[in-house]
Structures are given as C-alpha cells and as structure tokens.
Design a protein. Structure first.
Length: 202
C-alpha cells in the first residue's frame, strides 16, 4: 500500500493539487509531518476538487511518529536535490509497501533524510533550481505507482519488435517516458472534466 508523506508543506494550493493528483493515481494515504498548510483550509479544499473527502490524511508532529505508526516493513523514498539515485522509468525502484517523502517548497527535506531509505532525484536541466512540489509528487507517483497498463504495453511493444536485448532496451527507453506522460495527461484531463460536472451541482 503506497503512502505519501509531506514534511512541512506550506502552500495551500499545492497541497490541494497534491490531494487531487494522489487520488488520480489511486493513492489514498497522505501523511502531513510537522507544521504546515492546514488541510481543511478553504484554498486546499477547493484545489483538491473534492479529492480530500476520498483520502485518508493524518498529521504527525515528527517523521519518527509516522515511522512508529506505519514504518515497519515499508520502503522509504525521500525526494531530494542531492538524491542518491536519478529517477527514471528504468531505475525506478519497486516495492509492495512504500512511502514517497517530499519536503517543504522552499527548503526541501532536511539533510538527515539522506539516511532514510533510498533517496531519489528527479533529473532536470540547469535552467531551474527545482521543480514545483505538486509536479514532483506527480512525477514520483507516476514512476513508482505508475500506470500498469502503459508499462505493460511498453514492455510488450519492445519485446515483440526488438530482436536483441539492446534493441528492446532502446525501444523501451524511447516509448516508456511518452507513455507515462500520456497517462499523467489522461488523469489531469479526467480531473478537469469531473470537476466541471461537479461544479454544476454546487
């Protein structure tokens, strides 16, 4: 069962968007660690487009409190700018029970999270210092939780068209990112359509 933990998130709009994104990926459990945005703030509720009411959200004073409650047998993946592994569809770790951990929008995660599980880094160009928190959560959720159908299709295509292991890997490397992006776009479009229908009932 996947969890996401946010350490001291401060932006109300980001938190609401993250709730909607997680629900779109089928992730229902969100841990809020430390001081930060109030999940019941009207800005959060509006930005979640109703997803908040279909999520299990629990607050913890410290990350150790979360671990005491849910940490046993769970793989931990903190997302950090100096993460030890660059996250790609190929290098993406797999686990049955895991938690994706993200830090504050301005400061990220404290350095001690480097010693907490396997730290990950989302590759990006030098044109920006970092990615928006909600975007990072979406990318991480897509890679680790993923869209099983798109992964299966990509693997089947590469296996059926490639003749050598190198060709199959090259084909998969070309189509897998596009399939993951297509899945993310599908979730976003569906969320907008559902929100449009729901707004007519308000």
């Amino acid at each position: 069962m996947p969890h996401v933990a946010l350490v001291c998130p401060s932006d109300m709009g980001n938190l609401g968007t993250i709730l909607r994104t997680l629900r779109g990926f089928g992730i229902r459990d969100l841990a809020l660690v430390g001081n930060g945005a109030d999940v019941w703030n009207p800005k959060v509720v509006r930005a979640s487009m109703g997803a908040l009411f279909r999520m299990e959200v629990e607050s913890f004073p410290e990350f150790s409190d979360y671990l005491n409650r849910f940490g046993e047998g769970r793989s931990l993946y903190p997302f950090m700018l100096d993460g030890g592994t660059v996250l790609t569809p190929e290098s993406c770790p797999r686990a049955d029970r895991y938690t994706l951990i993200f830090g504050n929008e301005a400061s990220g995660l404290p350095p001690e999270f480097q010693n907490c599980g396997q730290s990950l880094f989302i590759d990006q160009t030098d044109a920006v210092d970092s990615l928006n928190l909600a975007v990072s959560v979406a990318i991480g959720s897509s890679c680790l939780f993923g869209f099983p159908g798109t992964v299966i299709i990509s693997n089947e295509v590469s296996e059926s068209t490639g003749t050598t292991a190198e060709e199959k890997a090259a084909i998969n490397a070309q189509i897998m990112p596009k399939m993951l992006v297509a899945g993310m776009v599908t979730v976003s479009i569906t969320s907008v359509l559902v929100a449009g229908v729901m707004s007519s009932w308000l």
